[in-house]
Design a binder for this molecule. Structure first.
Ligand code: 5GP
Length: 350
């Protein structure tokens, strides 16, 4: 008989961070850098753990150049050619410590991954990304990549439950990507009815991962800097952003001027019809497209957006009395709410 889990699961929109008495004098005192040592690779990482998603509009080399200046990270999308990788690596060695090379789980993906890493030994992070991290085939693939690259730090996902986080960590992954269905251009929940509210997924998966000395990425569902703060408060070690970074100069795609003069850029899911036509020549018959294509307002350089996110994060730490980002989950009490913001002047914004 089908079962129902009764305990309610929450999303970012269902909670707020409770302010706490604090001795901090200014936001500028807050340290957003984190230091991690990864459980399987043994590698050390220092940086502000915000990651631009490995989507082909977002995880670009241009994004890596800007985010590196702010000690943030980029999961480079998997559609760059080996030549493009080699040229970038030659000209921007200093950026390589803050990027991951992405791969799907096919044999062709694996061969390309081996070649890229063969050419660029400075690459330390591999992001293994599949829509469904629960498949036995993916688990075998994680083991295979771990055996081939014992010293690289492996990000793997996506999953949303503790038992699968543990399984992937025990198979050799270091950092588990958490999120099924929360993405801004994701249609998985509509197409399949499958998913898990992101805040609860992060709370539960962080607990499972940290018990084994592993780490997690909260991937998808952040719509504003406040959501990024909540993800870190819930225990995410990294937060991955797609839609919040869309529409900028660093994103792939042309600026289009609409008849009303509005400037926009196209943004799409990695399993949208747009992406499948671009990279695979069409949508395969056996699978529904689980992503959509949207036009987002053109927003200029990504720098202002990143500063906005980092500013929000510093401020959240100050409100909760966390002198370092590391202390935010310890200082976090979520309160359940029925309303996030006052919308009275929503239509009058200038
Ligand atoms: P966002 O920050 O835009 O809310 O979420 C970004 C995340 O959405 C990505 O990192 C990835 O995990 C997920 N995603 C990207 N494209 C697709 C897609 O086409 N379908 C689904 N189901 N998820 C996607």
């Amino acid at each position: 008989m089908p079962k129902i889990e009764e305990g309610i699961k929450l999303d970012f929109k269902d909670v707020l961070l409770r302010p706490k008495r604090s001795t901090l004098k200014s936001r500028s005192e807050v340290d957003l850098k984190r230091e991690y040592t990864f459980r399987s690779s043994g590698q050390r990482y220092t940086g502000i753990p915000i990651i631009a998603a490995n989507m082909d509009t977002i995880g670009t080399f241009e994004m890596a150049l800007t985010l590196h200046k702010h000690v943030c990270f980029v999961a480079i999308h998997k559609h760059y050619s080996i030549e493009e990788w080699v040229t970038f690596a030659r000209e921007h060695k200093e950026v390589l410590e803050n990027v991951a090379v992405s791969s799907g789980s096919s044999e062709a993906d694996f061969e390309k991954l081996k070649e890229i890493i063969g050419h660029i030994p400075e690459l330390k992070f591999i992001c293994l990304d599949v829509a469904n991290g629960y498949s036995e085939l993916f688990v075998e693939f994680v083991k295979k990549v771990r055996a081939q690259f014992p010293q690289h730090t492996l990000m793997a996902g996506n999953v949303v439950t503790g038992e699968m986080v543990e399984e992937l960590l025990l198979c050799g992954a270091d950092i588990i990507k958490v999120g099924i269905g929360p993405g801004s251009v994701c249609t998985t929940r509509k197409k399949t009815g499958v998913g898990y509210p992101q805040l609860s997924a992060v709370l539960e998966c962080a607990d499972a991962a940290h018990g084994l000395g592993g780490h997690i990425i909260s991937d998808g569902g952040c719509t504003c800097p406040g959501d990024v703060c909540k993800a870190f408060g819930a225990g995410a070690d990294f937060v991955m952003l797609g839609g919040m970074l869309a529409g900028h100069d660093e994103c792939t795609g042309e600026v289009v001027v609409k008849p009303n003069g509005r400037k926009v850029k196209q943004f799409y899911g990695m399993s949208s019809a747009t992406a499948m036509v671009k990279h695979h020549g069409g949508v395969a018959e056996y699978r529904a497209s689980e992503g959509k294509t949207v036009e987002v307002p053109y927003r200029g350089p990504v720098e202002a957006t990143i500063l906005d996110v980092l500013g929000g994060l510093r401020s959240a730490c100050t409100y909760t009395g966390a002198g370092k980002l590391k202390e935010l989950p310890i200082r976090t009490t979520f309160i359940r709410v029925t309303q996030q913001t006052n919308e009275i002047f929503q239509m009058h914004e200038v």
